[in-house]
Design a protein around this ligand. Sequence first.
Ligand code: HSE
Length: 308
Amino acid sequence: MKKIKISIPATVSNLVCGYDILGLALQYPCDIMELEMLDEPGIFITHIDEFGLPEDPTLNLSGIALQALLNDYTSPVGFRLTIEKKIKPGSGLGSSAAAAAGAVIGANFLLNNFYSKEELVEFAMEGEKIASGVKHADNLAPCIYGGVTLIRSLEPIDIIPMPSPELFVTVVHPQIEVKTSEARNILPKNISLKDATTQWANVAGLIAGFYSNNIPLIGRSLVDVIIEPARAALIPGLEEVKRKCMEHGAVGGGISGSGPSIFMFSQMENVAWKIEKQMMEIYTNLGIPFKTYVTTINPEGVKIISSE
Ligand code: HSE
């Protein structure tokens, strides 16, 4: 196999209370990436999308992640990448993780799965670090493993894939820019023991909910007393979206990653569409352009579209 075309899913990280440790993969939207393995060393990148991202591999997140893999791989091979990004950078839907993860997963397929998933997360984190200023894997892990994942530790890396509940996910992406690095800089450096206790109770509740498929428990555990209060000011409409979606039957939800996207879970498809309508009305009234997605959790992560 010399060539492969893959789709790489958007991801929702944090899952409200699990800052930097929880995430899930979505069925949609997805980036599309084609990789061709070359006999000569080198990384060549072409973007066929509208985002004006750098094609120089030393500045491109896919290139940086792939170079981390090639620095470890002993044979001199190269890759030509053609990338069609559909996950907008800065959306809070794991755009940078998709760029980094797609490159290393695609290359690994062509290298006959030489590397483990954990090793791929390590390589991809080199790219992700450029986007947010620090290493974190809560978007990368679900992208690479699929489903819902827990990052118990980064050093040493310890990723726990978890059961995925059968829930619909409605996402609104208000078209405002929130830089991950800035959304991290405004976070409190110290927190009270009371808030820490509330937060880890909710993380534990959420994980118990995933394992027991207890949807009401998942819903009432989606509470963040530390990160979301600090970031709420960056996202106009956040409180209204959460309130109105809950009134219309959502299970729960909140900021996706560092924002500005907001996600809401629901149990029934018709509720997921009703929630989308609420989100649309709120951002239309605020005069902020937006995109919405109604989708489900993607248990597989990256998918192969074709290979030759
Ligand atoms: N866990 C990260 C954050 C996700 O909230 O800053 C952003 O990519």
